[in-house]
Design a protein around this ligand. Structure first.
Ligand code: ZN
Ligand code: FE
Length: 256
């Protein structure tokens, strides 16, 4: 099977919206359309017709385009069952451990509560593409708005179990800010220090830092490393449980 084609559309100040084209039947999905206009413009440019909307969570910068796109294309809206009352225009409800058949491509669904209680991620094993919304960011993670730190840590561990080659298609370009925070936690992590320098160079050249690879995140993202002894040590919690260390790292970022 030929791989899923992914097109990244920058919207608003720092959002990324993604078009997915499934080559078998020519289905075209959009992940987290913040707004309809930039999605329609990109579809027109390519001569594509939208068939699906996939939402990771209910926030307006992820669902703002749902109803206008659905009215225009009659597309199918896929979102979290547990959050069905907050996903505008939802048609298909999915939950943890289920798969969604997108033409010839299969999206595995993971519930990743924490940022919102109904957050989900979509994993396309064939294209090694992870759409993780505001749960996992390059060198960061989403703010814990509706869930607990324990839940958010468990959600991140779930995503961390995916292969190193997974491309992390997160929903925001927050990487440089995240990098500046990350180096305050793991000063001695050379891979992180090197990556932070690369990110500065990319941003200075106005280039995107997303997607990253999950393998890089495992090695350098402090929010995925709360169970690494040196991270616990760095935040003054040697020997503490991972969820506690995670909560401390997340709280420092929130207050930073
Ligand atoms: Zn959000
Ligand atoms: Fe967001």
């Amino acid at each position: 099977m030929s791989a899923l084609e992914v097109v990244q559309i920058p919207t608003r100040d720092d959002n990324y919206v993604y078009l997915l084209r499934e080559p078998g039947q020519g289905l075209v999905g959009v992940v987290d359309p913040s707004d309809a206009a930039p999605v329609i413009a990109e579809l027109d440019l390519r001569g594509w017709t939208l068939t699906h909307i996939l939402n990771t969570h209910h926030h307006g910068d992820h669902t703002g385009g749902n109803l206008e796109l659905k009215a225009k294309y009659g597309c199918t809206v896929v979102g979290a069952r547990v959050d069905s009352d907050r996903i505008p225009g939802i048609d298909v409800e999915v939950g943890d451990g289920e798969s969604y058949q997108f033409g010839d491509a299969i999206a595995q669904v993971y519930e990743t509560p924490g940022h919102t209680s109904g957050h989900i991620a979509f994993w396309f094993a064939d294209g090694e593409a992870l759409f993780c919304g505001d749960t996992l960011f390059a060198l960061g993670c989403g703010r814990v708005f509706e869930g607990t730190f324990d839940e958010m840590w468990a959600s991140l561990v779930k995503l961390r179990d995916l292969p190193d080659a997974a491309k992390v298609y997160c929903a925001h370009e927050y990487t440089q800010t995240n990098a500046r925070f990350a180096v305050t936690i793991e000063r001695g992590n050379q891979a992180l220090v090197d990556r932070a320098a690369e990110i500065d160079a990319l941003r200075a050249a106005n280039k995107r830092t997303v997607p990253s690879l999950l393998g890089e995140e495992k090695a350098t993202n402090p929010f995925l490393r709360a169970d690494v002894a040196s991270v616990a040590q760095a935040v003054g919690l040697p020997g503490a449980g991972a969820a506690k260390v995670f909560a401390e790292v997340r709280t420092r970022k929130d207050n930073g």
